[in-house]
Design a protein around this ligand. Structure first.
Ligand code: DHB
Length: 498
């Protein structure tokens, strides 16, 4: 008991929450301060809404550039209208609260009639002056605490602010996708409560209804092992120096035990382990490519897929049965003189050579360095953004995995371990004291190499295994990106808020 109190106090001090004098401004919301304006959508139609801006969501504002949110209320919204909360965090950086963008999910949410909330939040590079010193005020988990405070602010003014506080849908991409996942996973968990109290966040719940996560960069403390386990055998990794390959091998070898420790299982009950993973990943990628093929995309022969031999001869016309395939219609053997590359594909994808496919992914964008995430000082590598995220308020970098720390002769203090724990949504899904969102929309492009596929598949699977509703895909041919296929996203949102 004593030890955990000590660890918590240590964590709070490292987080810059030790006794510091700050101005205390009570939380407020004044409905008369709204400004009426319009947004023109890409299709030319305009959406009228009222903007309420620069609403500070904590009473002890440490960084007035970031710690506020903006609210946009479309005409006709009521207290029963769902709230779409879009974070623009990228690269685990600070993010200023902006306005709706016509061509992303924020503008679309307004056009769909939802109340839009855009919170700012501190990030790994945000600083404030403190005497002669520069204080980094956004090191983990500060950005997340800001976003949780923003959710609490909405609940604090439950009657004054339009929108249904029980139907908050968070959205973000990449590090913002991770923030969305964290908001979804960690609702009301007591681990965050002391820090939120110290910031002057409202004493309210901070759970949300749904999380939209595009390519979330999560599970940072296990991302390196997953990355090398997946990509270690690619031509790109094999061509590295012996020293680097030794690091790859050491990291990859840690993955099976971690994967087993998660205790995940597939819908048919098969345990999701390092042994069963390749077959499951192939299945997800084949599903993705097949869906694209059905919609008319050409899937190249050269990237590892096999196709059924039987191509359909001719589509049925006017309700007819269609013509059977003829010898020259693309079915069966290629016509004489046609090389294998020109052979027409059958309708169905039957298999995938995973190594070939991973080499293809890497050919579209080079892999990250070794290690991909906790690189600081390992084999002479420089610090990653994530090393900055876990650094201290003086601006240091820090290792955040025991393995990397051992390599560099550092150690993870109990306070740092706690901060790492607070930043991983996997620790809270299914945890008894967390109110995890019931609905999840997770996308990670089929050629996104910013983190390894298992990281995202594990997130989706853990949520499914704990009974959440999960809409998950590896969309075909998408690189590391977000807010795409908005028709599909908003159809899903309509289905869950109905
Ligand atoms: C982001 C991308 C990364 O590859 C990463 O490691 C962290 C964040 C981003 O785009 O937000």
């Amino acid at each position: 008991m004593k030890k955990s109190l000590f660890v918590l106090l240590g964590a709070l001090c490292t987080m810059g929450l030790s006794a510091k004098t700050k101005t205390v401004t009570p939380l407020s919301f004044d409905r008369s301060k709204g400004v009426k304006t319009q947004l023109t959508m890409p299709d030319g139609h305009s959406v009228s809404y009222t903007a309420y801006t620069q609403l500070y969501y904590v009473t002890h504002v440490e960084d007035s550039t970031y710690q506020y949110l903006n609210i946009f209320v479309p005409d006709g919204a009521t207290e029963r209208t769902p709230i779409f909360l879009r974070t623009y965090v990228g690269g685990y950086m600070e993010s200023r609260a902006g306005g709706p963008q016509a061509d992303d999910a924020s503008g679309r949410a307004l056009a769909e009639g939802y109340v839009l909330v855009i919170p700012g939040s501190r990030g790994r590079r945000s600083t404030v002056p403190q005497g002669k010193k520069t204080l980094y005020t956004g090191r983990a988990p500060k950005g997340l605490l800001d976003l949780k405070a923003a959710v609490r602010y909405l609940r604090h003014f439950v009657r004054e602010i339009p929108g249904d506080k029980e139907r908050i849908i968070t959205d973000g991409t990449s590090a913002g996708g991770a923030m969305s996942a964290l908001l979804g996973a960690t609702g009301n968990h007591p681990s965050y409560a002391p820090a939120l109290k110290a910031m002057g966040a409202a004493e309210e719940r901070d759970d949300v209804f749904a999380s939209v996560c595009y390519c979330p960069i999560i599970d940072l403390d296990h991302a390196d092992m997953a990355y090398e386990w997946l990509y270690g055998q690619t031509a790109s990794r094999q061509s590295l120096s012996e020293d680097k390959r030794a690091i790859t091998t050491a990291l990859a070898s840690q993955f099976p035990a971690y994967q087993a420790s998660l205790g995940l299982s597939l819908p048919d009950g098969t345990p999701l382990t390092a042994e069963t993973y390749p077959a499951y990943l192939k299945k997800l990628l084949i599903t993705s490519a097949q869906e694209a093929k059905d919609a008319g995309a050409t899937i190249p022969d050269s990237i590892g897929f096999s196709f059924s031999q039987q191509a359909h001869g001719q589509a049925p016309i006017n309700g007819g049965v269609g013509a059977p395939p003829t010898p020259n219609s693309g079915a069966g053997m290629p016509p004489q003189g046609m090389g294998p590359r020109q052979r027409q594909q059958g309708e169905y994808i039957t298999d995938l050579d995973l190594s070939k496919y991973l080499d293809y992914v890497v050919s579209t964008q080079p892999l990250k360095g070794v290690p991909a995430f906790d690189s600081y000082g390992v084999g002479g590598a420089t610090a990653s953004g994530e090393n900055g995220l876990f650094g201290d308020d003086a601006g240091s970098d820090a290792n955040f995995t025991p393995w990397a720390a051992t390599q560099t002769g550092r150690r993870l203090s109990p306070a740092l371990e706690e901060r790492i724990r607070l930043m991983n949504p996997m620790n809270y899904i299914g945890a008894p004291k967390a109110s995890t969102a019931p609905h999840w929309y997770i996308r990670h492009g089929a050629r996104d190499r910013d983190t390894a596929f298992p990281v995202i598949i594990n997130l989706a699977t853990k949520l499914e295994n704990t009974g959440k509703e999960v809409n998950f895909k590896l969309p075909w041919n998408r690189p590391h990106s977000g807010d795409y296929a908005l028709g599909e996203l908003f159809a899903w949102i309509r289905s869950i808020v109905r």
